[in-house]
Write a protein that binds this ligand. Sequence first.
Ligand code: DX5
Ligand code: ZN
Length: 213
Amino acid sequence: MKLAPSLLSADFGNLRAEAREVEPLADYFHIDVMDGHFVDNLTIGPPVVNALRRGLEKPFDIHLMIDYPIHYAPRFEVKPSDIVTFHVESEDEPFRTIEVIREMGCKVGISLRPVTPIAAVFPYLDLIDLILVMSVEPGFGGQPFMPQAVERIERLREEIGARPVVISVDGGINETNVGRVVKAGAELIVAGSAIFGQPDRITAMRRLIAAAG
Ligand code: DX5
Ligand code: ZN
């Protein structure tokens, strides 16, 4: 299991220091980019994300909750080990969006809202590196985990078969449910409030890793 702390739950006035604090146990930094249109919240965009990199080593897992990923994704300065994930429900055509992100020179992910049938991502399985299963309605940290995500992960795992596609899960993950999602087939775990909402973030991460089994 790999862990991606979601900076959405960090102190936005102190982002780099907060990221550094969790970096020792982080495999990726999960960065939530929201446009106030695709989801009902606004966060940070390319200027902040690109600046944040200085002084950080771990790769970025950029979760685009925006409507025109083709237009905005290339503004992120990525490295080959970074992941840029867009939503299958967003305005741009997914095959073309995959191509554009691939041309940026990083890994490509597709995410889907809890209400979207998982079959919506089946046509792209040969072209992507990661599927980000949302276990809350995207937009805000700190929401309760939706247990139907477990079965969705299991079914996706089956459909993926031997393809080199990682399943990630995002939303409401904590010590009580991380074991279930990992058992179902999730390999990259995103957690925001379960890490940054705790007084000792490193201890919180250790506990999540231990609970993952
Ligand atoms: C929600 C974001 C998540 C969020 C998760 O739309 O995509 O990455 O930060 O936060 P928690 O772990 O608190 O649900
Ligand atoms: Zn996210």
